[in-house]
Design a protein around this ligand. Structure first.
Ligand code: VGL
Ligand code: ZN
Length: 202
């Protein structure tokens, strides 16, 4: 069984949002089309409390995109985004949610960021996405969503770590940083994942 994971396709990550990914909205028609090729679709949702420590606003003398350390881990400080219950945290209205069977929220613990849909950044706590997918006999995970160099990348790495076959659908994602995405792709390939185009599925 193969599953399509829709990573963080939320208002704050598309143009007009608090942490907009350039052209992030442009993936949505393609993502909707891709859903027709899958019998299992799962979404993740970045879902932060307002006092989350990944926000620059919760540190003194820090600006968005500064890099700092949080509990021994490197942490990019972000603009406030995806605050629980806000419009920014809602799924993009153009995204077709009819076939999405489950939503895995992440980023609730204010002390640690959580890019991946599987674990927080320290792999201290699981979201149980692995158990959910294994329970549905999933062996292959296809990834789409935002941002290519953060949450999609970290989800792909964790999926490989959990033993799934991983296909990163390149044209169904957009990065925050183009250079960051090049490094992310090289890392996924080196760990045994595939980078594919949607045309392979459609
Ligand atoms: C994301 C930065 C902070 C993402 C989430 O969805 O890629 N990036 N929180
Ligand atoms: Zn976040």
């Amino acid at each position: 069984m193969k599953a399509l994971l829709l990573i963080d396709i939320q208002n704050d990550f598309i143009p007009g949002g608090a942490l907009a990914v350039p052209e992030g909205d442009q993936i949505i028609p393609l993502v909707n089309q891709l859903q027709q090729q899958f019998d299992l679709i799962v979404a993740t949702q970045d879902w932060h409390p307002a006092h989350h420590k990944s926000f620059a606003s919760n540190h003194e003398n820090k600006q968005p995109f500064d890099v700092t350390e949080l509990h021994g881990m490197e942490q990019v400080l972000w603009p406030d985004h995806c605050i629980q219950g806000t419009t920014g945290a809602a799924f993009a209205p153009q995204l077709d949610m009819h076939k999405v069977e489950a939503i895995f929220r992440k980023g609730m613990n204010p002390e640690i960021d959580s890019y991946s849909g599987f674990y927080d950044n320290g792999r201290l706590k699981s979201t149980s996405l692995t158990d959910y997918l294994r329970g549905k006999q999933v062996q292959e995970v296809y990834l789409a969503g935002l941002a290519a160099d953060y949450c999609v990348y970290f989800s792909a790495k964790d999926a490989l770590h959990e033993g799934f076959k991983v296909c990163f659908i390149e044209d169904a994602t957009r990065p925050i940083s183009a250079e960051g995405f090049e490094q992310a792709k090289a890392d996924i390939l080196s760990k045994g994942g595939s980078i594919i185009q949607s045309s392979l599925l459609l």
